[in-house]
Design a protein around this ligand. Structure first.
Ligand code: ATP
Ligand code: MG
Length: 340
């Protein structure tokens, strides 16, 4: 079969499931901006509110978090003219293609997803069906745009592989070369920012412990307090990265420093080897405040004009549908659904 040529197109999303964290910023948002600025790609970024409700969200929080996330995207450098910026539920084609993919994906594939196991925990019987099906909707988010590149944090790698499996199975089952096999883009020093309280656990916006994360809306005092109290160990910083292998909390702070300063983790050790954490944490907290304060100030400014945020989301959704609707229609034709 001749290989179909796909337009280079980037899609990625963030859930409005709580305040934006430093992990989301370094692992995802910053990459989104890079790809917007790189040229050569059409960039599409989404507040995935339908994913957020796979676990309980208080309605007023969901509304606020969606608008705040939109403000976060713009404050971090996403230009709603250059990129398409919208919330998922305003583009029904995601859910529609998601249903087709529920019928392509296999139960066994979904059951192997580590995020499902982590989030459903011991109480899987009581988790929502949506939480189990989430990765099929995520595949639809990406493939309804025929996206070719997906910038994400390390934790989403497995879902990206599943997206590729779903695309390949659809293409195979229907004898077409219709969906691209999207490439994950997992880059930088902070593809997996860890909790400040436990270096073996990912920093998450939905973690109940606020001290485990830095929120993009935290002020300078809160940022330095959280960094000061972050879990570490009594040893000084070594001169070689390999020596951090068994020190996850130390490694995490070095990675965060590197990603904020846009240098290699080894370069951080070159500058700070021998330092004790009391000292290194002060340097890290100054750097974090310098990088994050302008973003949080801009977020707060944008949040004052909610009508403008809603207008941006509405316009983004219109532009997204212009791409998604014809792709969904073709998928329906391939499946054999009658469209009158
Ligand atoms: P939740 O706890 O509700 O799942 P989250 O903080 O994991 O929230 P998501 O909306 O699930 O955030 O993920 C948005 C993007 O941020 C994804 O690309 C994900 O890979 C990335 N991301 C999330 N947490 C981290 C982290 N700790 N380090 C790096 N990237 C992250
Ligand atoms: Mg997550």
């Amino acid at each position: 079969m001749a290989e179909t040529k796909f337009t280079p197109r980037v899609f990625s999303g963030i859930q409005p499931s709580g305040g934006l964290t430093l992990g989301n910023y370094l692992g995802a948002m910053k990459r989104f901006v890079d790809m917007q600025e790189a040229g050569g790609f059409q960039t599409i970024y989404c507040m995935v509110d339908m994913h957020a409700i796979t676990v309980w969200q208080k309605p007023s929080d969901l509304t606020k978090n969606t608008r705040e996330l939109c403000a976060g995207f713009i404050a971090a450098g996403i230009d709603p003219e250059k990129s398409i910026l919208f919330n998922q539920s305003q583009v029904p084609e995601h859910a529609q293609l998601g249903w087709l993919f529920n019928c392509v994906a296999r139960m066994g594939w979904m059951g192997r997803m580590t995020q499902w196991k982590d989030k459903a925990g011991k109480n899987a019987e009581n988790a929502s069906l949506g939480l189990f099906a989430y990765p099929a909707l995520m595949a639809a988010d990406i493939l309804v745009y025929h996206a070719t590149h997906v910038p994400v944090g390390e934790d989403q790698k497995q879902h990206l592989e599943l997206t590729r499996d779903i695309a390949a199975k659809f293409n195979h089952d229907f004898g077409v070369d219709f969906f691209p096999i999207a490439e994950p883009v997992i880059e930088g020093a902070a593809t997996r920012v860890m909790s400040l309280k436990d270096g073996t656990k990912k920093m998450s916006k939905s973690d109940p412990a606020d001290a485990s994360r830095i929120n993009m809306t935290d002020d300078a005092d809160a940022i330095s307090k959280k960094i000061r109290k972050a879990k570490t160990d009594p040893d000084p910083l070594p001169d070689a990265l390999a020596e951090l292998a068994a020190r996850p909390e130390a490694r995490n702070l070095v990675n965060i420093y590197a990603a904020l300063a846009e240098i290699d983790p080894q370069a951080v050790l070159d500058q700070h080897q021998g330092a004790l954490f009391g000292h290194f944490k002060m340097a890290l907290s100054d750097l974090a405040v310098a990088k994050l304060a302008p973003i949080s100030a801009e977020m707060a400014r944008l949040m004052q004009d909610q009508a403008e945020i809603d207008r941006i989301l509405g316009r983004g959704a219109e532009r997204a549908r212009e791409i998604a609707a014809p792709i969904l229609a073709q998928a329906y034709d391939i499946v054999g659904m009658v469209r009158s």
